[in-house]
Design a binder for this molecule. Sequence first.
Ligand code: S3P
Length: 446
Amino acid sequence: MTHAPAAQPLAARRSGALKGRVRVPGDKSISHRALILAALAVGRSRIAGLLEGEDVVNTAKAMQALGARVTREGEGAWSIHGTGVSGFAEPREVLDFGNSGTGCRLVMGAVAGCPIMANFDGDASLRKRPMRRVLEPLVRMGAQAVLRGSGGGDLPLTLIGARDPRPIVYEPPAASAQLKSAVLLAALGAPGTTTVIEKEATRDHTEKMLGHFGAQVTVTPHGEHGRRIALRGQPELSPAEIRVPADPSSAAFPLAAALLVPGSDIVLEGVMLNPLRTGLLETLREMGAAIEILDRRNDGGEDVADLRVRASALRGVEVPAARAPSMIDEYPVLAVAASFAEGLTRMRGLHELRVKESDRLAATAAMLRVNGVETEIEGDDLIVHGRPRAPGGGVVATHMDHRLAMSALVMGLASDKPVGVDDAAFIATSFPGFTDLMHGLGADLA
Ligand code: S3P
């Protein structure tokens, strides 16, 4: 298991207007997938703009342990010499994914379609998270798993990949891109067509990138909000060039900070605007946020744009449950924005937040309460009673959760009294350089 680094407390104070142009690091979801698919392609792929956060670096190490040749050629520039579909070698060491549910679950899928055995583990947070629902379809496809978890979840575990993987028709029980992706990655090793039927469409980076590497994948609408994804197994994946756009889930933090700190006016460059990731932008605009979308363009197969964000008076809104998949990682920072909005914000249907890096529903409510913001959890809904000025003054327990740490610090930049976090170390899992980038905009973090 990954050993916890020493805790790094950090605090944010009410800051002067934030100003400047910045680019946040590469998208985490795309970075994981680029490494995994490049490792399954025949020949050398190149990735530019890879997120070099701990989560993604752990996936790179796993690809190396599985037989791919992974080389860092410069900042964000990586080359991967793949093994081909079903070509992974049995790893000698435990595959340790640290804090990353995405890395762990996607690689479980990739391993399940290969005739090898691998041991999976992670840090104390990942050891609490459920793996069974990912394993269920993988076992149907022919893999076997031995679970040895004692930390409240299922890790550590041993996965024995299928010698002859079977294609399946799979309807995920939850709106989860990780579940979908694990099945699609396992399906690469199976003959025939595997179909995933999603009731609610989730981020589509895996299916888009599979097409980019030359797999035959078709996506058709299903019902009101869903999609049907059909993948022909046993393709030969060709190497590809990938440019990773800036991560909208990381952009969310300076974006929210600029909305809340009076007088702010910033530009966030090259932010990915894949429509399955833009729920936060839509919600903030409904709340009255001044966000201009500038120079919309296509970069590496995704829509991107520069976002100009100016401080805005926000009002509370109701966020429908159907929007959750397109902003699943953004609720903690939206709850912070809602704390400064006039009136009540109700965010519906947040059950999936309970199984993130922490129980994010409970931890978000606790973050607001310790800073004097009235909030309730009703069933799966989070309700925030906003006021144009939030009191602050609390120290937030971040539970090894990077997004809680960054959300709490955003709050402190605009609240009356400073906001502290017990540990900012986990920010490095997804947003290396967060503190420096925020300092560059004028934020008071120390
Ligand atoms: C991710 C999917 C989401 C998200 C996570 C990244 C992905 O999880 O919370 O940070 O890259 O597929 P679920 O698919 O489990 O909701």
